[in-house]
Design a protein around this ligand. Sequence first.
Ligand code: CP
Length: 303
Amino acid sequence: MRHLVKTQQFTRESLKKLFDLASELEGMRDDSLRGKILATLFYEPSTRTRLSFESAMLRLGGGVITMENGRESSSQSKGETLEDSIKVVNHYADVIVMRHAEVGAADRAAAVSKIPIINAGDGNMGQHPTQALLDLYTIQRELKREDGIHIAFVGNLKYYRSPRSLAYLIGKYKDMKVTFVSSPELKMQSDVKTYLKRHDVQVEETEDMKSIIGKADVLYQTRIAKEWINNDEEYERQRGRYIITRAVADSMKKGAIIIHPLPRIGEISPDVDDSPHAVYFRQIGYGLLVRMALLRTILTKQK
Ligand code: CP
């Protein structure tokens, strides 16, 4: 793998290799990437993705240069093209982690970059592959199995790149079931559903979250992303429709988990945080390990 643009690039075997390395790296700090430089180019806001990649690089002994708030603070605001910016940063760094508002931006960057591009999110209906990797690693570590898992995606399934990205990984495992729980306006797009069915994943859709709470192994909650819905009336209509309260969490089956890419804006009540089902903050730690493993894999191969 030279660039990481979308989750379809992985095989079951390459996922296992990456996740084994992530587990090996737990608690580790070393100098394996000494002399290497990571550039984080963020044209959209982020807390977790940018900081966890930077923390991952520093823990492996590498260096970091960063551009946050790129839409306003970079030379894009003067009219520089993304392609020119990438060619320039090629002279400064060994790997680029980039987030951009446009679907396809990571592909455009990869097309002109001689150093690896890691897509940290491109557009509301693009992909966020490293989020999907850490989601899957979380699921497998917590449930202690890879196959035979029932995942319920809840809420905003239309304008959200993370569930889309994870769906493409689920198709690589056996006896998987996916329930999409959403309002009719925020349903998962048909390309993802077609892909899952083609890969023998059992797919169902419902508007009724209660009907699956006691059945699913994983409740994947999402945010009704105001910045992506772009319509205040629609946002107000959708917000608050699917809330995981403590009562909801308490009715989940034993061993089932709640995950969320975060940030959450009210769709999981704070009193769920100490439920045995709540995994979304442990998920952050798993994300760091996966991003360490990814940087190590991509940058070590180049030596
Ligand atoms: N989950 C996620 O991508 O978070 P950030 O937007 O904070 O990076």
